[in-house]
Design a protein around this ligand. Structure first.
Ligand SMILES: Cc1ncc(COP(=O)(O)O)c(C=O)c1O
Length: 409
């Protein structure tokens, strides 16, 4: 805490910022890589890691985190679209980048020009991608010495969102043989409920998805098609379901320091003990005003907070326009001088009010941590997310563009 208070960082702007610890990010990455490569498995080649850096790196800055993760040893990267992939390439990242949500018709040439790896999620896309691959190979006089462009196939095994249905494997195979400029580099699926362990239909879903996926893979192999790199596991599956790790895993939220919202919630403690992580982002602001109000006075829009006692109310220079979730109004709390102070009233776009009556010596200029770590104190974003029935990624991605990211080693 004291370290932050005394910080010599000169702020010549509105005091709200997100501190991103690239050291914590690299540590989380190494912990995950070690976790999915247990020595007793005696794998000849280590299981690969595809780091998910979409959504601007879950709000941490996609290009910046991709660069740091490449240095830490990430084998692959996952972005959502061509634009995100280009931003990662422009940061100098050389490792393969998978464009998870595929391409919109017409976008495929740009995707390939930037050496991004396309995802096919509908059989009809093969022809489009093959034409774009033919053009890029002709233009470059061969694709780095190869005359085929690699892509990954997404299978929908139960989420009913994106991916070919297992029943379309034969159709996919028959169309693929017609594509002279493509090669299948990988096959994957995405889990809908890998964090759920209850005795319910949802709790059973991951196992069903796995069964469907491997059955479809076997049919693909029987048709003479090598699936390439096989990958399924997102964060919850990485942390809790070793049977899903296959050739490569795709960590998202755990890279950024948080276990997902397991059901039952007790799973979190077990998982945190097995795979300890450090929060990468700390969202901070400062107190810009303090006022004393009498008992019965209201605070903020619609007076949704009425003081039950004479109170000291501090105003923070950050609101929902910066990424403080509006539903934390009258529910959340923040770290100030090592203590938790409750958020009072409705959160405004640009400011948030907190009750500092019980926090001694608070003053204008004090640093306040919305979530993340503050010296030895931690305000975990996943605990906050759960308290307002959302997911950690929602909170992290919500940190808006006007909040500068400050990177540290
Ligand atoms: C295909 C795919 N894989 C992996 C992930 C990472 O998910 P998580 O943050 O739960 O690890 C995502 C994120 O939604 C995804 O879309």
């Amino acid at each position: 805490m004291a370290g932050i208070q005394k910080s010599s960082r000169k702020e010549v702007r509105r005091p709200v910022w997100a501190e991103i610890s690239l050291g914590a990010l690299a540590e989380n990455f190494r912990a995950i890589r070690k976790f999915v490569n247990p020595p007793e498995e005696q794998r000849k080649t280590p299981r690969k890691i595809l780091s998910i850096v979409k959504g601007n790196g879950y709000g941490h800055g996609g290009p910046q985190v991709a660069k740091a993760l490449e240095k830490a040893g990430s084998d692959w990267f996952g972005v959502t679209c061509t634009e995100e992939g280009i931003a990662v390439r422009e940061a100098g990242v050389r490792k393969p980048v998978l464009v998870l949500t595929s391409f919109w018709p017409g976008e495929e040439s740009r995707l390939l020009e930037h050496r991004l790896t396309a995802v096919i999620h509908r059989c009809e896309q093969l022809k489009q991608l093959d034409s774009a691959a033919a053009r890029i190979i002709a233009k470059k006089g061969g694709n780095q010495g190869r005359n085929r462009v690699s892509f990954h196939l997404k299978m929908d095994t139960g989420m009913n969102r994106l991916g070919i249905a297992p029943g379309d494997v034969e159709c996919f195979a028959s169309q693929l043989v017609k594509c002279k400029h493509l090669e299948l580099g990988g096959v994957f699926t995405h889990f809908a409920s890998s964090e759920v362990f209850t005795n319910t239909r949802v709790g059973e879903q991951t196992r069903q998805q796995e069964e469907r996926f491997y059955a479809a893979l076997n049919r693909l192999r029987a048709l003479g098609i090598d699936p390439g790199i096989v990958h399924l596991a997102n964060s919850a599956a990485i942390a809790t379901r070793p049977e899903t790790w296959a050739d490569m895993v795709r960590p998202g939220v755990i890279l950024y320091g948080y276990h997902p919202g397991y059901d039952p919630v007790e799973r979190r403690q077990e998982s945190e003990a097995r795979l300890p992580l450090r929060p990468v982002m700390s969202l901070r602001t400062r107190i810009i005003n303090i006022r004393s109000i009498p008992e019965g006075a209201g605070v903020g829009y619609n007076e949704t907070f009425l003081a039950k006692r004479p109170s000291r109310i501090a105003v923070l220079a950050a609101g929902y326009g910066d990424g403080i979730h509006r539903s934390l109004g009258n529910r959340g709390s923040v770290l100030v001088r090592g203590s938790l102070a409750p958020i009072v009233g409705i959160i405004s776009m640009d400011v948030t009010m907190i009750d500092v009556t019980d926090v001694a010596d608070t003053a204008i200029g004090d640093v306040v941590t919305i979530y993340g770590s503050d010296g030895r104190h931690v305000r975990p974003a996943n605990v906050i997310a759960r308290s307002i029935a959302t997911v950690t990624s929602d909170l992290l991605c919500a940190v808006s563009q006007r909040v500068p990211r400050v990177y540290s080693k």
